[in-house]
Ligand binder design. Structure first.
Ligand SMILES: Nc1nc(=O)c2c([nH]1)NC[C@@H]1CN(c3ccc(C(=O)N[C@@H](CCC(=O)O)C(=O)O)cc3)CN21
Ligand SMILES: CC(C)C(=O)C(=O)O
Ligand SMILES: [Mg+2]
Length: 265
């Protein structure tokens, strides 16, 4: 398989060929996922919860994400590698450039930032400096203390409109991909239809251009809880590789996420 690129992912959106994504934190699983042809691997700051056992992503550092990015990059052949920028590592454009540089040097092909229109200057500046950016809207876990918990976002009409405006602003600023987390199915579809860049959903319904899951949830081994939108693929396959293959198959044919993994309103 040839190295995945952003232009191939955009073509997948245009062709309705669903994009498959998983989190990964080490070389062995990165290689296993890559061999099953997962399109995108994310070194998520979820590592604070699933690897470190903390109750939020806030304590994660850029050095920690860089460490796991080096490991994942060493195991990858074709998959597109995105690294999360941790909480408070992109508060100003200058701080974002410094920390994004660490993640790109560690082997990422893109960095992901949580937030809306306030990030536009940072996104434009990163892109001008050679750093592709993925946005992240909806339930942005780094704002858990503002939300008062890991709660579905964009349920009210005004909040939904605001989210769509933020998504359009991120795209206009130069974001080349978007993760949309924990929003009603209808909002997931509206954002996906209005953007030209690929929209990867997690708990955002079946209409996004692709899906991502935290790998520990897909295998049913998460230390803390299992979000409603996740599915344990190891339970029904009994084999790591078969679990990944079934996840890919069900994303591609629209079987996952089903209504039981989505939020109607
Ligand atoms: N194991 C794991 N899976 C994840 O998907 C994940 C992490 N950890 N850590 C970082 C963030 C935190 N995330 C979470 C965590 C919990 C819920 C959750 O419990 N959501 C409720 C929704 C409640 C409502 O209706 O508002 C749920 O029932 O799924 C959602 C996303 C997503 N990310
Ligand atoms: C759940 C995904 C989108 C993420 O941001 C993470 O794993 O940190
Ligand atoms: Mg994250």
């Amino acid at each position: 398989m040839k190295k995945m690129t952003i232009s191939t992912l955009v073509k997948q959106k245009q062709n309705g060929d669903k994009i498959t994504a998983l989190t990964a934190y080490d070389a062995s699983f990165a290689k296993l996922f890559d061999e099953q042809n997962v399109d995108v691997l994310l070194i998520g700051d979820s590592l604070g919860m699933v690897l470190q056992g903390q109750d939020s992503t806030l304590p994660v550092t850029t050095a920690e994400v860089a460490y796991h990015t080096r490991s994942v990059a060493a195991g990858v052949n074709a998959a597109f590698v995105i690294a999360d920028m941790p909480f408070m590592s992109y508060s100003t454009p200058a701080q974002a450039y410094e920390n994004a540089g660490q993640l790109m040097a560690a082997g990422a092909s893109m960095v992901k930032l949580e937030g809306g229109a306030w990030l536009c200057e940072t996104i434009t500046g990163l892109k001008q400096r050679g750093v592709p950016v993925c946005g992240h809207l909806g339930l942005t876990p780094q704002s858990v203390n503002v939300f008062g918990g890991f709660k579905v976002q964009g349920r009210e009409d005004d909040k939904a409109r605001q989210l769509i405006e933020d998504a359009l602003a991120l795209e206009a600023a130069g974001a080349q991909m978007l993760v949309l987390e924990c929003v009603p199915t209808k909002l997931g579809k509206a954002v996906t239809d209005q953007l030209s860049i690929p929209v990867i959903g997690i708990g955002a319904g079946v209409h996004t251009d692709g899906q991502i899951l935290v790998m520990h949830d897909m295998f049913g081994v998460s230390a803390n809880y299992m979000p409603k939108f996740s599915k344990n693929y190891l339970a029904e396959t009994g084999d790591l590789r078969k679990a990944v293959a079934l996840y890919i198959e069900q994303v591609k044919n629209g079987q996952f996420p089903g209504p039981e993994h989505s939020f109607d309103k």
